[in-house]
Design a protein around this ligand. Structure first.
Ligand code: ADP
Length: 263
């Protein structure tokens, strides 16, 4: 055709994301399915974007896969690391980004990029559930609220309450004990967000002085309570693009276009 179509698919531990782009610049389809690797998620999200764009798989010029489950996706020409994809995708969404904080379902990363969005440095936590989306999901279940509502609920906190356990399992016991002591859900939720933010902030500061702008990607960026707690600890404002959870898939689609054009 007169333009090139690329598809980026980000198969995460918790959610599947895909986009189709025209000439590596224009987003023409996007989809998120809230189940990840080893589920119907990858197949469904792939079909969703093809349907949205009104095209068949063979009309796509190149497909790249990223994310924790990227190895199992046969339609992809190659796989690339999430770090490179998030760097590329966030640079597309927020060209001024200097630091990227990505919190997904099962890991957290701090990434530093240069003015062209190229990778400079990164630090990752994938050894421990505390400080990840999974931790927030477990805690929301204990609090009996939806994980999507935690940010809003914590906004009504009136008392600073700390969750001091650094281990996710012990933190859960701590939350249960706070609840039986009649602490409010609002205050406990805010304490949980501070504990996630503390873990994440230590990843960021280990890279050295903070390079602005600071941008959050990944699904947990949707949680305004975590974002606010991080802003308080890092003492800087954080930009959250609407398409924060699609950053990895967007990066994969852009790199697919660069592969084709040797940019
Ligand atoms: P992965 O790539 O590891 O699968 P994602 O970056 O897709 O992870 O993020 C998934 C996480 O984002 C989940 O833990 C989920 O709870 C969280 N999440 C997604 N949407 C929201 C939302 N609207 N509010 C709060 N958390 C959200």
């Amino acid at each position: 055709g007169i333009y090139m179509l690329t598809l980026g698919i980000d198969i995460g531990s918790t959610a599947s994301k895909a986009v189709i782009m025209r000439d590596g610049t224009e987003l023409i389809a996007e989809s998120i399915v809230p189940v990840g690797t080893g589920t119907r998620g990858p197949r469904e999200v792939f079909q969703n974007v093809l349907n949205q764009a009104g095209i068949y798989e063979n009309q796509i010029d190149r497909i790249l896969a990223t994310g924790y489950g990227r190895m199992g996706f046969k339609q992809a020409a190659r796989e690339i690391s999430e770090i490179s994809c998030h760097a590329r995708g966030v640079h597309y969404l927020v060209p001024t980004a200097g630091t990227i904080i990505d919190i997904g379902g099962q890991d957290a990363k701090a990434i530093r990029v240069d003015a062209d969005g190229r990778l400079d440095d990164f630090i990752m936590n994938d050894k421990c559930a505390a400080g990840t989306g999974r931790f927030l999901e477990v805690m929301s279940r204990v609090l009996d609220i939806r994980v999507e509502d935690m940010g809003e609920v914590s906004r009504h906190s009136t008392k600073e309450l700390s969750i001091s356990s650094t281990c996710a399992v012990f933190a859960e016991s701590e939350v249960i004990s706070r609840m039986s002591n009649n602490e409010t859900v609002e205050d406990i939720a805010a304490g949980i967000h501070r504990s996630v933010a503390k873990k994440t902030a230590s990843l960021v500061t280990r890279m050295g002085p903070i390079r602005k702008d600071v941008v959050m990607s990944g699904g947990v960026a949707h949680n305004s309570g975590v974002v606010k707690a991080l802003e308080d600890i890092l003492k800087c404002s954080i930009i959250v693009p609407d398409k924060c959870q699609l950053a990895g898939a967007i990066g994969a689609a852009i790199i697919a276009y660069e592969d084709l054009t040797n940019k």
